[in-house]
Write a new protein. Sequence first.
Length: 196
Amino acid sequence: MDIKIFLINFERKKMDPVILFFLQDQKNRDLLSSFLAEPCLENKVRLDNAFKVHYKKAKVISYINKLIHYYSIDFDKKVNRYYRRNIFLSSFVKDENNAQEFPSKQLELQKDLYDTVLNNQGLLQSISSEELLHAIKTLSSKQLLILDLKYSQNLSNKEIAHILNESPQTISYNLRTAIKKLRAKLFNNGCGKIAK
């Protein structure tokens, strides 16, 4: 039996890419033609072994190809997520060539925001009640900054989240916690009417 007759009889198998690549190699075509010319056990074993080696290589290449594909997708997602989270801070930080700086510069900018609020600027400067001022100073610097951005700068939770590189839910949680702390502190200091 000739290879052409074999391929005509097995038209469906001929279209399989693994078989097509297997038959592109002259040695493999010779093994197939020798098996078709003389279908003995020895020719069959040689053809089977050659195909097994070829098939294993094809599977490994396919696996590596998929790994590279999905790892590159995951890497792109991580990079995009990083830039989405740092979009507001990175717009402030430019070097002399107007190129983006590394995250350490962004962290310095975020630290400057904390320092601005903690050094009696913004929200703390506008409070006239001593009880409220004392209660606000018991808050964490992050809660104080969120309160300042929310009430002095009139920013939304989403805008604050972009500035601080946090989720809006985290900002909302910190805001609620800060307000609860202030209410409890004012109520304990005898300012029940203010706390309500």
